[in-house]
Design a binder for this molecule. Structure first.
Ligand code: SF4
Ligand code: SF4
Length: 299
C-alpha cells in the first residue's frame, strides 16, 4: 500500500471509522449497475452526477459509526422518546471530523479532494466495503446499518486492483424475512430486489408534502425516517444501541410546533436543533411530532 493510502486509512481507523480506497475506474461499472437496478425507482437519477473532474484518480469511502438515537419531548401527558434512525444526527460534526482527520495527510502529500455525488451505497457494495440488506440499507462489518457513509474523490493513485463483489446483498437475507414482517407499509417485497420507495415512511415523512391517507396513524414511529426494518434486523444484533441525544421541554416543543419558520425560534432553540442537525428537517418537524404523539395516542 502506498504511504498516503496507509496514513489516511490509519487516521480514519483512529477515529473509529472504516475506509476503502478504490480506483475511479469502478465508476462506469457503478453507473451501469445503478441504471440496471436503480434502488430508488428512478427518483434519484437526476440527482447523481457521474461526470467527475478528470484529475480524480480514486474514490475514498469512509464509514463512521452512527447510532440510532432518540430525543425526549415533553408533552401534556409526560415525556415521549422520539426515535431517530442512524445517519440523521451530527452530520456536520462527522463531516468536519473526517475533513480534519485526513487534512494533514492530504497537505503532506499535496493531494487534492473533491466532493462527489453518486450512489454511495452501490459504490460501497460493489467494491466489497459492505452489502445491501433486503431493506436497501448498506451493512458494514462491525457497524451493521448504524453508520454514516461519506465518499469523496482524490487525485491519489489507488494501488489496489478493483475487486468487484459477486453478490451485493447479504447472504443471510435469503433465509430471513424479519424486515419484511416489521415493515408495516409493505415497502419490502420478498420477490423484489428493490424496496418500493413510494411506500416507505421515510420517503414521506422527510418531505413537506401531505402524508398519504393510506398510511395508518399508528405506523409512525420516529421523529424523522423510520426504524422498523433496522431495529430487529439480525445483522444489527448487538449494534442497535439507542442513545439519548437531547431533550425538548414543554415550552420548546410548543415553540417548534407553533413556529412558522426556523428563524422564528429563539436562538437557544435554534442552536439546540442545529447541533443535532435537525434544523435540516425543521420544515417537517412540527408535523412529525404531532404524528408521533397521535401514534402514541397522546393527541
Ligand atoms: S432483517 Fe433479515 S432480510 Fe432484512 S436486511 Fe436484516 S438480515 Fe436481511
Ligand atoms: S424504513 Fe420503514 S417503511 Fe421504509 S422499508 Fe423500512 S420499515 Fe418499511
Amino acid at each position: 500500500m502506498y504511504e498516503a493510502e496507509e496514513l489516511i486509512a490509519k487516521s480514519i481507523n483512529n477515529i473509529g471509522g472504516k475506509i476503502k480506497i478504490v480506483s475511479v475506474d469502478i465508476l462506469p461499472l457503478v453507473r451501469e449497475q445503478f441504471e440496471k437496478t436503480d434502488m430508488n425507482n428512478g427518483m434519484l437519477k437526476d440527482y447523481f452526477n457521474f461526470s467527475l473532474d478528470a484529475d480524480i484518480k480514486s474514490l475514498i469511502i469512509v464509514a463512521l459509526p452512527s447510532s440510532p438515537c432518540y430525543v425526549e419531548i415533553e408533552w401534556d401527558f409526560g415525556i415521549i422518546e422520539a426515535d431517530i434512525p442512524p445517519v440523521y444526527i451530527h452530520r456536520d460534526q462527522q463531516l468536519s471530523m473526517i475533513k480534519e482527520t485526513v487534512s494533514n495527510v492530504f497537505e503532506h502529500f499535496h493531494l487534492k479532494s473533491w466532493p462527489v455525488v453518486f450512489p454511495k451505497k452501490m459504490l460501497a457494495a460493489m467494491s466489497s466495503f459492505g452489502k445491501y440488506g433486503r431493506n436497501n440499507l448498506l451493512y458494514i462489518e462491525g457497524m451493521g446499518s448504524c453508520h454514516r457513509l461519506t465518499v469523496f474523490g482524490t487525485d491519489m493513485i489507488c494501488t489496489e486492483e478493483i475487486e468487484l463483489a459477486s453478490d451485493l446483498r447479504m447472504d443471510r437475507c435469503s433465509k430471513c424475512g424479519v424486515c419484511i414482517n416489521q415493515c408495516q407499509t409493505g415497502a419490502i417485497d420478498k420477490e423484489n430486489i428493490q424496496i418500493a420507495v413510494d411506500k416507505c415512511l421515510t420517503f414521506h415523512n422527510e418531505r413537506k408534502n401531505p402524508i398519504p391517507d393510506w398510511i395508518q396513524s399508528d405506523w409512525h414511529n420516529s421523529l424523522i425516517g423510520c426504524i422498523k426494518c433496522q431495529e430487529k434486523c439480525p445483522a444489527n444484533a448487538g449494534l442497535w444501541n439507542r442513545k439519548k441525544v437531547g431533550e425538548f421541554s414543554y415550552d420548546e416543543t410548543q415553540m417548534i410546533i407553533k413556529a412558522t419558520a426556523f428563524e422564528a425560534l429563539d436562538t437557544a432553540l435554534q442552536n439546540k436543533l442545529s447541533e443535532l442537525n435537525l434544523d435540516r428537517y425543521f420544515d417537517v418537524l412540527s408535523r412529525n411530532i404531532l404524528l408521533l404523539l397521535k401514534a402514541k395516542n397522546l393527541l
